[in-house]
Design a protein around this ligand. Structure first.
Ligand code: AMP
Length: 582
């Protein structure tokens, strides 16, 4: 049973947080016991445990799995319409579309009514933390952008939606009507317009992921003149036809507001958009968006646009479960750790000896079961891949997220989100992970930063169309000053290519250094501005929700490579062979 409390009651929430974090080991044992007792009779668990619900047996017999291993069960429920009980004795009410893909396909994660309650508990705890540390949040309004896609139904008759859409549609009374609009452009336009009209009331701004916030700022850049004209005339643009948007906006845009329009024009007409958030919404105290893991690449861009307002990275959550809360919401984006909430799921951890070597977690061998540890046994400074067992039918399910233990709150571990397990680039025996690439790109950008550039977004692919194959990085650069884009300095760009190579691991450098090298010089293709928005729009058009979108760091789709390639404005190659001794 989860404790209940009013999220506005900070004292009560804090007490619960202290209590659960002081009893994490015990709570975890209870959670596992409850999951096994409840679900011992499911087809899935029966096939390993023969109807028993013993915890020791569970650890011995139930395999550690990936999505691919359980997909067959999910498809039986989602496609063939078989009952939920083949996986879980909670009744599956919806399937959540996870942004993590499996072999290029979406993952469908079961959701139950009870899971909805667990999530509600998690978000009450999160609200407690925010009320405690983010002073002044209640002195005005929060402008939190939410975009949802239309529901899809599976052949078996279940609703398929994103986690956000699920939360919102199941608690309709809590949210303004505008966010139920399923047309992303109309919805975003209307939400921004509402935010502009109420600009003096806004004290915090946010969305789920930092990449989404960056997209919203770009959308604002493309539409501010039209929005300002709507405010001047008191009339919303004709292309906003969605009744929910029209009703919401008409409540606050009921008259001509030329002074407000003038003040918006004045800010937006400035040549540089540095600090635009703070200028447009001058009372903003915080910006909220997940900024850890692959989102860390957006920190410089957000610092630029927000005028260095504190960016709060609130939580570590997924379609599978809600995992952790940042108990120091005002810490630097680079220092964020999440404290695990022990009531949400049963957690196990696969230690990663050398986290640079992704092979050690990619294997499916039985050793995984021998090495895996539970929450009570993780060690500070050690990297782990997270494995979860939930009431919704996931048993020892590998999340694919690599976490680093940074400390404890009471006896509950705190984790830094490091990377997705996946290898993004691979040629021959080299395997470059998302984190390797991110570090290398950050180091190489030091060459361009003094010239006023920051990296808006990037991606990559292994080009094996010629021999030897080589890695290609697509970079979208932005000038802080908003001046016309200068001709890129060839020597400096080549230096960036070399620095990326120099910052990759020894294996990569060895393959580059062979007398007959098996990896060719790394290439950076600079793309014109707006390219990564077009890429995002492409993925959104194929069913990804803008709220969940994370730029793929490894592009596989030919169409997506075409989108990037058709917008290349400069190609540069490394001219030095990386030094293996450094
Ligand atoms: P989805 O299921 O589409 O909501 O995506 C969940 C995934 O997003 C997780 O498995 C992580 O890889 C990523 N994610 C969620 N929260 C965070 C966070 N706070 N920092 C970094 N990545 C995150």
């Amino acid at each position: 049973m989860l404790p209940t409390f009013d999220p506005r009651d900070t004292e009560a929430g804090s007490r619960i947080l202290e209590d659960i974090s002081s009893n994490a080991g015990h709570i975890q044992e209870q959670v596992l016991e409850e999951i096994l007792t409840k679900n011992a009779s499911t087809d899935y668990l029966k096939s390993f445990l023969n109807g028993h619900s013993d915890k020791g047996l569970f650890k011995n017999k139930v395999p550690v799995v990936d999505y691919e291993d359980i997909k067959i069960y999910i498809d039986r429920i989602a496609v063939d319409g078989e009952p939920s009980r083949i996986l879980t004795n909670e009744s599956i009410t919806e399937l959540l579309i996870s942004s993590g893909t499996s072999g290029g396909k979406q993952k469908w994660i079961p959701k139950t009514a009870e899971e909805g309650e667990r999530r509600a508990f998690f978000f009450c705890l999160l609200a407690t933390v925010q009320n405690r540390y983010l002073h002044g949040l209640n002195d005005g309004k929060a402008l939190f952008f939410v975009l949802i896609n239309p529901d899809i139904h599976t052949p078996g008759g279940l609703v398929l939606r994103t986690t956000t859409a699920s939360e919102i549609k199941n608690r309709k009374d809590r949210y303004p009507e505008v966010i139920f609009c399923e047309d992303t452009n109309q919805s975003l336009y209307s939400q921004l317009l509402c935010g502009l009209v109420q600009r003096d009331a806004i004290v915090s701004i946010g969305t789920f992921f930092a990449s989404g916030l960056q997209r919203i700022i770009k959308f604002f850049e493309e539409h501010w003149q039209e929005m300002s004209s709507n405010i001047r005339t008191g009339q919303m643009s004709d292309w906003i036809t969605d009744p929910k948007c029209k009703r919401t906006v008409s409540l606050i845009l009921s008259k001509q507001m030329p002074d407000l329009a003038d003040s918006i024009d004045l800010v937006c007409q400035e040549k540089s958009w540095e600090g635009i958030i703070k200028k447009i919404w001058p009372r903003t105290k915080y910006v909220q968006a997940i900024i850890t893991g692959s989102m860390a690449q957006y920190i410089p861009a957000l610092e630029f646009y927000t005028g260095r307002l504190p960016v709060v990275s609130p939580a570590y959550v997924s379609s599978e479960a809600c995992f952790g809360i940042n108990l120091k919401p005002l810490c630097s984006p680079y220092d964020v750790s999440y404290t695990i909430i022990p009531n949400m799921a049963y957690y196990e951890f696969i230690p990663i000896g050398n986290h640079q070597d992704p092979n050690c977690t990619n294997s499916k061998d039985a050793h995984l079961k021998d090495h895996i540890v539970d929450l009570a046994n993780v060690k500070i400074g050690q990297h782990y891949e997270l494995v979860v067992t939930t009431c919704t039918g996931l048993y020892r399910y590998r999340m694919g997220d690599v976490l680093l233990v940074t400390g404890f709150h009471n006896i509950t571990p705190q984790f830094k989100f490091v990377q997705r397990r996946n290898v993004v680039l691979s040629i021959d025996t080299d395997k470059t992970t998302e984190q390797d690439l991110q570090n290398a790109v950050t180091i190489a950008m030091h060459i361009l930063e003094p010239l006023g550039f920051f990296l808006l977004d990037y991606s990559s692919y292994a080009d094996t169309s010629s021999i030897p194959g080589h890695y290609v990085l697509f970079w979208e650069l932005q000038l802080r000053s908003n001046d016309d884009f200068p001709v890129l300095d060839q020597v400096k760009m080549e230096k960036c290519c070399s620095l990326v190579e120099q910052s990759l691991d020894l294996q990569y450098k060895m393959l580059r250094n062979r007398s007959i090298s098996t990896i060719g010089p790394l290439e950076i293709r600079v793309v014109k501005q707006g390219t990564f928005n077009v890429l995002m729009d492409f993925y959104v058009s194929r069913g990804t929700s803008l709220n969940q979108y994370k730029t793929p760091k490894n592009i596989k789709s030919e169409k997506a490579i075409e989108i990037l390639d058709s917008r290349v404005v400069g190609k540069f190659y490394s001219t030095e062979v990386p030094n293996q001794d450094s």
